[in-house]
Write a protein that binds this ligand. Structure first.
Ligand code: ZN
Ligand code: FE
Length: 255
């Protein structure tokens, strides 16, 4: 049975995610923007939270940790490379490592770019990807620490996962990302229909997160820097994909 996914809205526009194994009642949490909504979501399910997985060091992804119920019993996992600026870790991990979480294998991917040391957690069996502020719905995180080349490399790794993967990213930025994506690829039919769905969801106050990797591949400009139609849209038909990505990221920063 695949893991059950809860999307927990936190703060203004953050998301935390809880995964639960319905056979064992065991649950794990990915990122901790806040504690109260997470405690409530887990209590409502009657799950037993055992593990907290941290994607990167930004405050809006870790600051709720000490407010979690039964805090002292939780195992906190984060990147070895970021251990000096994350809360105290019970287990450090690096790219290429695999863990068992809620009875399933989780692979650790280095997705640096937004920060150096940002990791993603990929659960192949349940086809869940927790990408936080690397790959986002119709976007990618701002480059606070890494280079465009580093982020492009990270995104290519994620793009190589199965299209059926569910993409759990860290923020509700999708509507503004959609405006930017449309400014580049107004004629992309997959993008146009996705934007309609996004507008519908936001009008009903529903999250647009998680999304689907296949849909991201077809519509997210930051995954499309080597797709001829997008290269043409930015006037860089013969450029190297990394340069196209750099240009798209710079345009988004100014948008
Ligand atoms: Zn961040
Ligand atoms: Fe964030």
């Amino acid at each position: 049975m695949p893991l059950t996914l809860l999307t927990v809205p936190c703060l203004t526009d953050n998301y935390a995610f809880v995964i639960g194994n319905l056979e064992t009642n065991e649950a794990a949490l990915i990122d901790v923007p806040d504690s109260a909504p997470i405690n409530q979501a887990i209590a409502q399910k009657g799950w037993r939270l055992t593990t907290v997985l941290l994607t990167h060091h930004h405050n809006d992804h870790i600051q709720g940790l000490d407010g979690l119920d039964r805090r002292s019993e939780l195992k906190v996992v984060g990147a070895d490379a970021d251990a000096h600026r994350l809360p105290p870790l019970d287990q450090t991990v690096a790219a290429g490592d695999s863990l068992t979480i809620c009875g399933e294998r989780a692979d650790i991917l280095d997705v640096s770019g937004h920060t150096n040391g940002h990791i993603a957690f990929y659960f192949p069996q349940s086809e869940l990807l927790f990408s936080a502020d690397s790959l986002m719905a119709l976007g990618c995180g701002r480059l606070f620490e890494g280079t465009p080349a580093k982020m492009w490399d990270s995104l290519q790794k994620l793009r190589a996962l199965p299209r059926s993967t569910t993409v759990c990213s860290g923020h509700e930025y999708t509507a503004s990302n959609a405006k930017f994506a449309l400014s580049l690829e107004e004629d992309n039919p997959a993008l146009r229909s996705r934007v309609e769905d996004i507008e519908k969801a936001r009008r009903a106050n529903r999250p647009t997160i998680p999304s689907n990797l296949g849909l991201e591949i077809d519509t997210n400009p930051f995954l499309r820097a080597d797709v001829p139609s997008l290269m043409k849209a930015v006037g860089m038909e013969t450029a190297a994909p990394v340069d196209v990505f750099t240009e798209i990221r710079a345009r988004k920063d100014r948008f």
